[in-house]
Design a protein around this ligand. Sequence first.
Ligand code: AMP
Length: 218
Amino acid sequence: MGRIVIMLGPPGAGKGTQAARLSVQLDLVHVSTGDLFRENLGRETPLGLKAREYMDKGALVPDELVLEMLEQRLTLDDCREGCLLDGFPRTQPQAEALERLVAERGWSVSAYNLEVPDGVLVERLSGRRVCRSDGSHIQHAVFAPPRVEGRCDTCGGELYQRDDDNEEVVGKRLEVYHRQTAPLLEFYSARGVLSAVDGNRAPETVLADLQRLAGEVA
Ligand code: AMP
């Protein structure tokens, strides 16, 4: 049976980093709506240009656009057994739409909430450097400085700072998270599919917990 694994948590909690690793372990494709928007923006598609208006301000892209993009992504062959979702759902209507898709396909759902205090998130996001070749390769100006200035330690790709990782937009993204996305914790908790994971630890330690939890419900 197919399955959907959902990575929940505020921006900077480590969803992308953990999703990239866990997806390999679970043999599920990693689907990040933020990466999909950034890819569209890189190609200057109408969707990417529209999404940018919201992303640059730290606001959420409207549900209709997100849902259309995600539904299309889920029809691709690599999602026939499900996927690991990172950055989706972020609103109640998105979560409800996902419930319908999952029910149609008879997939199981498990959700993991990476818990990290806001103060730590601001430090993580404002120093974050992302690899242009692979958005899941993440470094940090202070906590994980690259060996070669401006270059990704994993693949040598060019490191850059996301436009929405500046301090002003970070504050807005955290506020949006608490107002619009955090209520989903109650949604998944009520369905009995949510586990909390302390995300304020070394990445390998967090991954070990996720593997154990995801393995138990598989
Ligand atoms: P992320 O890479 O997950 O931090 O997402 C970057 C930005 O893309 C967010 O701040 C939103 O503007 C937009 N975005 C990504 N996923 C969603 C979503 N599920 N719903 C609405 N907006 C999204």
